[in-house]
Design a protein. Structure first.
Length: 200
C-alpha cells in the first residue's frame, strides 16, 4: 500500500491517494485533488469521504466526472457542506454532486483492503473514520488532530459526542496506529494519548 498526501483549498485540507494492488482510492476531495491525480496519470476507482464539510468535498463533482464513485455516510446536502449555514462567510462554492454509495458502520472492503468504518459524530453530523488494521493506520478526517480535536461549534457539532467517540473508536486502537487527519501532520494514537490535552 502506498499513500500520498495532497493538501489544497482555502483551509489547507488533506486528501489522501491510496494505491493498492486491488485498486486505487482517495480519502476526501479538497480543491485541486482531481487535477493533481490526473496529472499523476493514476487511475482512481473510488472516493471515500470522512465527512462532507465544504473543504473536504470541493472536488467531488470533478472526480465523479472522471468516473470515480463517491462513498459517504449520507447523501449530499447543503447542510452537511455548511453552505446553508455559512452562506455569508465567503465560502468557496461546492458544485452539487451525487453520493454513489452510502456507507454503513462496520467492516468495509476498499478494493481488497479490509477496513473498519466507525461513526464518530461531534465535529459534524456525518463524521466517520476508516481504520485499516493491516496497514496500521486510521483516516480520521477532522475528528482528531496532532495535539487537538475537531471544532464542535458548527451545525451538528457536540464536544461531548466527539470526545466519547474518540475514546470509544480511536483511543482503543494500538498506540502505534498512524493517524492521518484532515488538516496538519501525521501523528499516532499513542502520541495523542500522551500529549493531547483535549483527551485528558
Amino acid at each position: 500500500m502506498r499513500i500520498t498526501t495532497f493538501t489544497g483549498g482555502m483551509v489547507r485540507t488533506n486528501g489522501y491517494l491510496v494505491e493498492t494492488p486491488g485498486g486505487n482510492f482517495l480519502v476526501d476531495a479538497p480543491a485541486g485533488i482531481a487535477a493533481w491525480v490526473e496529472g499523476k496519470g493514476v487511475r482512481v476507482d473510488a472516493l471515500y469521504l470522512t465527512h462532507q464539510h465544504y473543504d473536504h468535498v470541493e472536488d467531488v463533482a470533478a472526480l465523479r466526472a472522471m468516473g470515480v464513485k463517491a462513498h459517504a455516510w449520507a447523501a449530499y446536502s447543503k447542510d452537511l457542506t455548511l453552505e446553508a449555514f455559512g452562506s455569508g462567510w465567503g465560502l468557496p462554492a461546492v458544485l452539487p454532486y451525487d453520493v454513489d454509495v452510502i456507507i454503513v458502520e462496520g467492516e468495509y472492503e476498499m478494493f481488497g483492503t479490509k477496513a473498519k468504518v466507525s461513526y464518530v459524530p461531534g465535529h459534524s453530523a456525518d463524521s466517520i473514520t476508516f481504520h485499516i488494521p493491516g496497514a496500521g493506520l486510521v483516516f480520521v478526517g477532522d475528528t482528531l488532530f496532532e495535539g487537538s480535536v475537531g471544532r464542535c461549534d458548527l451545525p451538528g457539532g457536540s464536544f461531548e459526542l466527539l470526545l466519547a467517540g474518540i475514546e470509544r473508536e480511536l483511543l482503543s486502537l494500538a498506540d502505534e496506529t498512524r493517524v492521518l487527519s484532515g488538516h496538519g501532520g501525521e501523528t499516532t494514537i499513542g502520541r495523542e494519548k500522551a500529549t493531547n490535552g483535549y483527551l485528558w
